[in-house]
Design a protein around this ligand. Structure first.
Ligand code: DAH
Length: 357
């Protein structure tokens, strides 16, 4: 007798594998299992039909059937694993807890912003303008000896010009006084000393930092404020270089419709000296309370470095010349952002701070 009973075995197997592949859920798989591989399945009835075969034929056919069953069982096993995994994924997705929803439904916890406040942001913006003009950015100490804050800047003890700065003294007198720097100008001295020691002139640098004065705060003054100092020491530097630098800076930082002007002034460390003013941005030059009705706001001072200063640091004034300037960073923030009263910068009123976050 032939193995006629298994004539369509391959087709049955293909159909069974396709049926297994088509199972869409674990429930379906469990429900279909008896008809696919159970006692009433095609494979089981084929098994029964082998009884009519000769022992030899039965052995071969049995082996083929066993192999067929193994393939279908394996397909079922693989399918079960995949469906179990899919069921677990679906369960996890259903359980997913969106913490955003929890917060939205609960109490909002407002997050603060870091406090690179408006003054720090202004400092970074100013640095960027000057770096673009070829200056490097340097730092100096806030606590200075009398020599750096005054003497080296051509302000000897008891010089009447000391009255220009109401100074916080940390130590008085012997061997010399220690002060909170009243301006960033002493950093010029540190940089020039270093340039001499390292033989690295010329020098083009800006030096931002905090300064202190015993001033009563008002709309334009704070007792603790910030300046940015600038210095250029090179060969053949003239007042025209200074004026051009100030003008280029003003337009780059405040925009083309804000003018700058230099008015003759006096500082012991520069000769000639000038006061650096810009159009008041609050009234556009019309005159208002903030600019005391003048239409101009003084940002700071500038001038050609006095030979006495070069002497103090050991720079040959015959070979080198230079200019320097120093102005208020808080004042720049005030003008750039049209802040009527500078005290807003230190009051930490969140309604004010939030505007710059
Ligand atoms: N240090 C001066 C002040 O705080 C401002 C100043 C004036 C700085 C002239 C300079 C300068 O570098 O050349 O009042």
């Amino acid at each position: 007798m032939s193995d006629e009973p298994l004539a369509h075995l391959d087709t049955h197997v293909e159909e069974l594998l396709a049926a297994v592949e088509a199972l869409n859920s674990l429930e379906e798989l469990i429900a279909s299992e008896p008809s696919l591989v159970g006692k009433r399945s095609v494979l089981s009835s084929l098994q029964k039909s082998l009884g009519s075969l000769s022992p030899e034929e039965r052995r071969d056919a049995g082996a083929r059937l066993q192999e067929a069953r193994r393939r279908v069982d394996e397909a079922l096993r693989v399918r079960r694993v995949a469906l179990e995994q899919a069921a677990r994924d679906a369960e996890l997705a259903a359980d997913y807890l969106d913490l955003g929803d929890v917060v939205a439904g609960g109490v909002e916890v407002p997050l603060g912003v870091g406090h690179p406040g408006i003054v720090a942001l202004t400092q970074y913006a100013l640095e960027e303008v000057f770096v673009g003009m070829g200056f490097r950015v340097e730092d100096g100490p806030e606590v200075e000896s009398d020599w750096y804050n005054f003497e080296a800047l051509n302000i000897p003890p008891a010089h009447p010009a000391r009255g220009m700065w109401d100074t916080f003294y940390l130590e008085l007198g012997e061997p010399e006084s220690v002060v909170l720097r009243t301006h960033t100008s002493p950093t010029q001295i540190h940089l020039m000393e270093r340039a001499v020691a390292e033989n690295s002139l010329p020098l083009h640098a800006v030096m931002p930092g905090r300064c202190y004065r015993r001033d009563t705060p008002d709309a334009r003054h704070l007792a603790s404020f910030h300046q940015i100092e600038g210095i250029v020491v090179d060969r053949g530097i003239t007042f025209a270089d200074l004026a051009g630098t100030i003008d280029t800076f003003t337009r780059a930082y405040f925009g083309p419709d804000i003018d700058s002007r230099l008015r003759p002034g006096y500082f012991p460390f520069t000769e000639p000296s000038a006061e650096f003013e810009i159009t008041c941005t609050l009234c556009r030059g019309e005159g208002c309370r903030t600019c005391s009705q003048t239409g101009w706001i003084e940002l700071g001072g500038c001038g050609m470095i006095d030979p006495a200063v070069f002497d103090a640091v050991g720079i040959d004034a015959g070979e080198w010349s230079g200019f320097a300037f120093g102005f208020g960073i808080d004042r720049c923030a005030q003008m750039r952002h049209e802040i009527a009263d500078m005290r807003a910068l230190i009051e930490n009123d969140v309604r004010f701070l939030r505007q710059f976050s």
